[in-house]
Design a protein around this ligand. Sequence first.
Ligand SMILES: [Zn+2]
Length: 276
Amino acid sequence: MITRFWLFHCAFARVPREAIIQDGGWDLVRLPMLCGVAEHSELGPILLDAPYGHEGPSNVGSLMGSVMRRTGLEFQERWSVVARLEELGLRAADVGHILMTHLHHDHTGGMKSLAHARFHLSREEWDFAHSGSNRRSSMRGYARTDFMSLRNRVELRDPVPHLLDGTAGLDLFGDGSIEMFFLPGHTPGHCGFRLHLAEGPPILFVGDAAFTIPQIRDDENMGFALRTIASSMGGVRTSLRAIRRHIERHPEDRLITCHDFELGARCIKEGPISFS
Ligand SMILES: [Zn+2]
């Protein structure tokens, strides 16, 4: 049973709003890198994505990492995943499971520092992250060094059901606490998770299926950076339609995307925020 869920940021970047939202203008906004942790009464803390370990954005190479920091990526070591878990009174050593929406570098930097855990992700994502040369893969947004030594810690889920009307997701732990859904488009193997808390409505954690919640709710169009990063914009639109239909059927669900401006602003102002 999940008793509590926390959301916090591990970094934020200053980017022109236009990069994320079409016709959003060129003012700089804070794009957060968000991470979630669910407290499960039997399984211990379960992490959703693992953005940034203690080395921060250097997971893309020290040169590129320092360029990112000079161009507006704000990272502090006390925001890295292990430090965040400690801040919440949780022990990194107790984290047994980490659910990965996808393997882009801003979601994987903390994987090595939690290498004792099991990582759950789709087979499609793993295969795509390993296809082609290292250079090509890094151009697609992957930092293979974050996970290349972790193959024996990875549980490749296959098949993962699409988020469709009335279809149950993959029951990850056999207790109905977390369902996994296939939401491809941003990357070919991108997934989302629906968490059933002991109290309160479910949480629908959709990773980078959209960057902001208004992009899901209001049909706000995606900016150039998102269109460039997406492996298939057709897939992105199909996944967004599926999330919208799900929300029409389940308006009580609490939506989380990994880069939502408003959730990020709350986390930056208040520190980790609790959903329970
Ligand atoms: Zn991504």
